[in-house]
Design a protein around this ligand. Structure first.
Ligand code: HEC
Length: 496
């Protein structure tokens, strides 16, 4: 099968060069005049689809297929590339006067212009999906760009899975699964056994029992970490909390014991909002853990270093604060490692020790970020997204004086980024070191190769099998995927 969604190395954004050399004494062409007349100020407030329909479609086509005024189609894989984001933005703002397209910078705001780029990305994604379809197996074998694999069912539907959120493995090889409504399961042979006595969580919206992460030295110390939405003491709402405990077997049944609190959010941060709980937990193998929270629907708090919303934290494995954490001043949460995150639901350390996250944008602009100590990831000051209701939101690029880290990759449109791991182990040597990222609404698992901080290639491995909640490379090196809708655990197994 032909490899899809393949990107070349990311290039620095280039500015569109406009050689404005008007013919005939600098008068606008007929098309330009007609266009200006049809761009009333009232358009400033309308939604982006309508902006496109009224200002662009007569040349670029209602779906971006081109044809009017000598335009070419925008619906090619070559044009569906993040390295053209800036070029598209500049083309709309400054126009392509030599080709008959006027500048829209005078009549549209930067946010509207960026919204039009997002609109074009949505049109492209739809058209390319229609044209290419999803990766499909032939005689049961998927042939991706570098490796062939089969999709196998590990835990089928109807087997006690209810919105499975995360998977990991005990040191004895048994799989652990969290169900978001609040149960932790151990796969014991063909049976799923519920661990008794885990802390009480509350499933509000996207929250509930979330990540499970087994300590790398579990065989010796027995620690298992959980993140979950702790109900507010008042019973109203909740907030992300992290604990660790041990699983002991009593009469063949697993039981949660020895619990310790690793991260306790302050009382003021509990809210009834049902969105953005973050929650992935990662070990650095040197005595520390990283974990994430979402903004809990309060965007601006992602920029507030005194509040736990929209952060990635680093603490010692027992929850105490490492002395070299970046924010140690009064009024700052000393556990914070990086900030300005909307909702990190993918977090992993790669084989070189770099920390990566994936996080959700609103409509468009999910991000893959290289997470660095003390840095600001921009939410909600900059964003590749538009609002869900199709109105403009932000522009992606930091303004003068804003010290914001840009993502290495942005998904436009969104995939609902959830679950991130790095390929290691014996099963897929061809993918070794690559990142695997899942998507809920995108129903996809992408393989992403980054070298030296730059995106080298990306391809979709599977699509349309269910909402991808977690992607985890197992002890056997196979790629395990927790799906919601239908609730199942599948794995990608090498086919040779
Ligand atoms: C009068 C016709 C016309 C109108 C109206 C027009 N364009 Fe264009 N546009 C062009 C032409 C011609 C080009 C040159 C590239 C090509 O061949 O398609 C172009 C180029 C572009 C490019 C760069 C594409 C590339 O491949 O580099 C973008 C993006 C774009 N237009 C977006 C828009 C948007 C958004 C609008 C509406 C706000 C718009 N255009 C309105 C004619 C038009």
């Amino acid at each position: 099968m032909k490899a899809r969604w393949l990107w070349l190395p990311a290039l620095p954004f280039t500015l569109a060069v406009c050689s404005f050399a008007p013919q005939g004494g600098g008068t606008a062409s007929g098309a330009q005049q007609a266009l200006r007349a049809s761009t009333p100020a009232s358009l400033q407030s309308v939604n982006i689809s309508r902006l496109y329909a009224e200002n662009c479609a007569h040349c670029h086509g209602d779906r971006g297929q081109g044809g009017g005024a000598g335009t070419r189609t925008l619906l090619t894989e070559e044009k569906f590339d993040q390295k053209l984001d800036r070029e598209f933005f500049d083309a709309i703002k400054d126009g392509r006067p030599e080709m008959g397209m006027e500048a829209f910078g005078g009549s549209l705001s930067d946010e509207q212009i960026w919204g039009l780029v997002v609109h074009i990305r949505e049109l492209q994604a739809r058209a390319l999906r229609e044209k290419n379809g999803s990766p499909r197996p032939v005689n049961g074998v998927y042939r991706s760009q570098r490796a062939a694999f089969r999709v196998e069912t590990v835990v089928g539907g109807g087997k006690g899975l209810r919105t499975p959120w995360a998977i990991d493995w005990l040191s004895d090889g048994r799989m652990l699964i969290t169900n978001r409504p609040g149960t932790l399961l151990v796969k014991d042979g063909d049976q799923l056994k519920e661990v008794q006595g885990i802390p009480r969580s509350v499933e509000i919206g996207q929250g509930g029992l979330m990540d499970v992460a087994v300590h790398p030295n579990h065989a010796k110390n027995g620690w298992v970490y959980l993140s979950y939405t702790e109900p507010a003491p008042s019973g109203n709402g909740g907030m992300t909390k992290v604990v660790r405990g041990k699983i002991e077997w009593q009469g063949g049944q697993p039981r949660w014991t020895s619990q310790q609190t690793i991260f306790q959010p302050d009382a003021a941060s509990y809210t009834r909002a049902g969105v953005h709980f973050g929650s992935r937990i990662v070990f650095d193998g040197k005595g520390r853990i990283y974990f994430s929270t979402g903004d809990r629907g309060q965007q601006d708090l992602a920029q507030d270093l005194s509040r736990p919303n929209g952060k990635i934290f680093r603490v010692n494995e027992d929850g105490t604060i490492p002395s070299d954490n970046p924010f140690r001043q009064a009024g700052q949460l000393a556990a914070v490692w990086s900030y300005g995150h909307r909702n990190t639901q993918g977090l992993v350390l790669d084989l070189e020790g770099n920390l990566w996250n994936t996080e959700h944008g609103p409509r468009g602009g999910d991000e893959l970020n290289l997470v660095q100590k003390g840095r600001n990831y921009g939410w909600p000051l900059v964003s590749f997204s538009i609002n869900y209701n199709d109105t403009p939101f932000r522009t992606p690029w930091p303004k003068e004086g804003q010290d914001i880290v840009m993502p290495v990759f942005r998904w436009l449109p969104s995939i609902g980024a959830c679950g991130l791991d790095v390929v290691r182990g014996p099963a897929f040597p061809e993918w070794r070191g690559d990142l695997l990222a899942g998507g809920l609404s995108g129903q996809n698992v992408d393989r992403i190769r980054v070298r030296g901080g730059q995106l080298i290639e990306r391809e979709e491995l599977i699509h349309g099998l269910g909402r991808v909640r977690d992607v985890v490379v197992g002890p056997d090196g196979m790629v395990y995927v927790a799906l919601n809708d239908p609730d199942t655990i599948i794995r990608l197994a090498p086919a040779r």
